[in-house]
Design a protein around this ligand. Sequence first.
Ligand code: HEC
Ligand code: HEC
Length: 376
Amino acid sequence: MNAQKSFSGLFAAIAAAIVCSAFGVVASADPGPAGAKLEPLGPVPVPADNPMTPEKIELGRMLYFDPRLSGDSSLSCAKCHDPSKGFSNGVQLSDAYPGTKHWRHVPTVLNAAYAKFQFWDGRADSLEAQAVGPIAAPIEMNQNYTHLVEKLSGIPHYRDQFKKVFNSDVTMDNLAKAIAAFERTIVSKPGKVDKYLSGDKSALTDSEKRGMELFTGKANCIACHHGALLTDNEFHTTGVPEIEPLQKEADRIATRHFFATDQKYPNPRSVDADYGREFITKSQSDRGKFKTPSLRELKYTAPYMHNGAFETLEDVIEFYMKGGGDHKNKDALLKPFDLTDQEFDDLLAFLEALSSPTPITAEKPAELPKKSDGTL
Ligand code: HEC
Ligand code: HEC
């Protein structure tokens, strides 16, 4: 793994920013309606206080696959963000801690390293801040931090690796840093769309090119999905329909009320839907807003949206053709549009061209480190 070399921190990020703006000139051949444009993928940004090293990435990988991070040792990060399922779980709603039920779709970890906000409602602003969330969450890993630190300190390999990588004992801060460093390796490589945007006009088929024109033109996807990751890093209400399990299943409704309570949302038991960003800002104008997700690697991450409402990309396109769903806060940028069958196929071909030809994956460690008594 030469991750250190290819993602060597701020320096590379600055160089890339210069290169990207140079490419931007090329890409501006396809300007979006608001001047928004598509850009080729640059190197992953690495925070100055968490540089990547091969040892840290390896420690992060070990922790990512270790179910002992959860209270009952049944759930690792990889259980819900499964490398063989596009780093999501392939079904509508997330797995959950035994005895509870989840209420949101698992967003992929792929390219999360590029995102300004983490979670559908953007409540974390870095991978480091995000990683400790699921560990304590009663509906996810339901683990106590103090207990976890002691548990991992009783595993000689972890004790040694924290010493080696961070020159420290096992701490939650450093555990988060190691996992985040590993996640920064779970990213797309520049693909055919990047080649095209960098000037190689033969990189896309005619259908994919027409699809890109629709994306940046008539279908106006570019208004929200732009830049290298095809996201504006903002929140919008698109009016994705509610799904039945969230209306009917008592355990999922309990989870919604629990989440609202946990976010100190007023009258949490009156909350009858996923209010998205409003739970964080408490501002009614944010009701129904969710983070604009990246559109890279969609081929491997179905189903789609915060509640997994849509099984296929065809369903997603049909939703947008109707101008999105019903919601009093629906974004004015969403307007109905028509596509001929050919145009529909072209737009789909462009969306598919944003995925790597083969799935990006991550290798599970051959074995997990044993405790000092020799057991797992
Ligand atoms: C029980 C399933 C489950 C487990 C275990 C789990 N996650 Fe998640 N993860 C989710 C769900 C569901 C969300 C979205 C929650 C939300 O938006 O409120 C999420 C969100 C995320 C995100 C944000 C991605 C984005 O695009 O917003 C990252 C990154 C992430 N998880 C990494 C991890 C890491 C690292 C671990 C292990 C420490 C982990 N997850 C454990 C289910 C899980
Ligand atoms: C007004 C801003 C906006 C516009 C315009 C827009 N989107 Fe989105 N898109 C979003 C938001 C926000 C979400 C997440 C919604 C949710 O989870 O409820 C999303 C989700 C998606 C997803 C699901 C991705 C995933 O990982 O779950 C796809 C695919 C998508 N959009 C494609 C498109 C296409 C194609 C167009 C043009 C036809 C388009 N979008 C136009 C804001 C927008």
